[in-house]
Design a binder for this molecule. Sequence first.
Ligand code: SF4
Length: 289
Amino acid sequence: MSVDRVRLAETLAWAEARYRSCDVCALACGIDRLAGERGFCGLGAEGRVYKEYLHLGEERSLVPSHTVYLAGCSMRCAFCSDIGPVKAPEAHGAVVSPEALAARIAQRRREGARNVNFVGGTPDTSLLFILRTLWRCPEDTHVVWNTNLWTTAEAVEQLRGIVGTWLADHKFGNDRCATRLSGTTGYGARVEARLLQVASSGAPLIVRHLLMPGHLDCCTRPVLGWLERQIPEASVNVMTGYHPYRLAGRGGKMGGGLEREERAAALEALAGTALRSRLVDGVEYQPPA
Ligand code: SF4
C-alpha cells in the first residue's frame, strides 16, 4: 500500500498543531513540544533513533523489514525489553534528521527491505518526526506501524492512508493486570476500541499477544476470545519469547520464563479459535496432528 500524499500533508499539519498542546497519544499531556516542553514520553519534536536494521525475525509476511527503533514511549511495561530508551530517551540513540532517516530508508530498501517498520517504544509518541520523514520518502513506501495502541481515535484516523500495515499489541486480558504491569488505566476499553478502528481502516492488521508466565487464564484466553469474536479476519501472532528483563529474580512467575505446559495450553487455545490467520512467533501455526 502506498502513502497518500494528500493525506500525509493534512496529517503533518494536524500533528504540528497538536504538538503545541500535545494530545497525539492517550496521555494527552497538553504541553508544547515545539517549544521544547516535555511530557510523559520525554520527547520534543525531534526524532531519536536508538537502532535500525533489516529485521528477519518479524512476521513472515513482513520480512525483510526495516525496523526503526524510536526512543520514548507512552507506557511503562514492567517486562519491557528496551526500558532504557523508553524511560530516558535523551540518554539513548541519536537525534536524526528526517532527511537522514529517509536516506537510510532508501538504502535499506535497496538492500531488500519490503517496508519500513516504526517501533520503539511506540511510534505514536514520535508521530511528527515520522511524518516529516515519510514526506521525504517515495509514495510507494510501505509503512508498518508497530504500536502499543495506547493512542487516540483521532490519531488513528489521521494515519488512514499512510499506514500500510498495522502491527498492534493486545497485551492484557483485564485492566487489573494492565494497571499492575503497564501503569495504564482503562486498558481494555481503549485498546479494543482502537483495534476495531484499525481493523476497519482498510489496511491489513496483525495483532501481537505476548504470552506472560502465569497469565494464561486472566490475559491470553480473554484476549484470544475477544479477537475471535470481534476481529476474526485479523492475523493474530502469539509470541512465546517472554523474557523477564528487570523482573528477573524478583520472585513470582513473571520473574522467570514461560513454562512448557503453559505455552502448550496457550497454543491449544489459539488452535481452538476460528481466527482466519494464526501465527506463532511470526510463522503460520500448524497445530500438532
Ligand atoms: S506523545 Fe508524549 S507528550 Fe504527547 S501526549 Fe503522548 S506522552 Fe504526552
